[in-house]
Design a protein around this ligand. Sequence first.
Ligand code: C5P
Length: 331
Amino acid sequence: MTVRVPAKVNLQLSVGPPRGDGYHDLVTVFHAVSLFDEVTVRPADRTSVVVTGEDAGSVPAGRANLAARAARALATAGMRRRGKSAVRIEIRKRIPVAAGLAGGSADAAATLVACNELWGAGLTQSELREVAASVGSDVPFALLGGTAIGQGRGEQLTAALAAGTYHWVLAFASGGLSTPEVYAACDRLRAARAATDPREPASGAGRAGPPGERGPAAAAEEAHQPRLSTELMAALRSGDPAAVGPLLSNDLQPAAVSLRPDLRRALNAGREHGALGGIVSGSGPTCAFLAADARRARELAVSLTGAGVCRAVAQVKGPAAGAAVVAGERR
Ligand code: C5P
């Protein structure tokens, strides 16, 4: 059973203070783009993962792999008998690893869809989404695709009203960034800013006291509560990339740039070469640039390559459909 699954970029990523469980509440606008991994699952004696293609060597193999975890989670949810639930998972990667494009989450989502079909497990979309959320925060969106608002850890989804097709250039960096490290850097930057500017909220601080005792710090804390950009949502409904471009935003960008200062060059180059907007995608280090149309995206891709500010570029379109079966039969 073979499933194709898209990468995502975040058109907005608004990050709140850290929660007790190590995650951050957020509001994000996910947007699936036409850069796809393909995952094939076959019945086997024991579960294994084989990766080919882009960055194959950097994907964790064996039980630590997110796709293998997804297969086990689905076997449990679908009450699949032990011994009948082993699969050989073959991942053909085009989405770079640890790039802020949710490639690992995409492979997990594809594995859920593939195993659900292969086994005839019969989980509904909403049941699949629940299993997906237990595997990772970005996995439910890879099932859904399109453009959607994510809340909570990112796993609570609402489809967004978005018109038109958007043309993107993705600038891939060499090496990856660890998502937990980028979130931690974001917390550190905010705490450092709060220490020098009393109007700035320290991450996680100022939440305890009763409302009456909460002064300017609490008010400032409010400023870090994640919020959806209504301007961005209106621009997406209009389908006008020139309106969307300047409204792209990512609270994790300063943290990603602090860990990878070279990203600043890529972001500047995108702007200089005519992108309508440019952001670090998710936790980075990929940068996503919005172009007015396919021709301008092609020109931008050529310019970014010539500027030597990234390892490689890809020209993609969004929104793309979520994980979908492309071939296979049930066993
Ligand atoms: O859910 P997932 O396993 O993909 O998250 C990876 C890491 O990213 C988490 O362990 C956490 O450090 C960070 N994260 C976060 N807040 C979120 C999503 C992820 O802090 N909403």
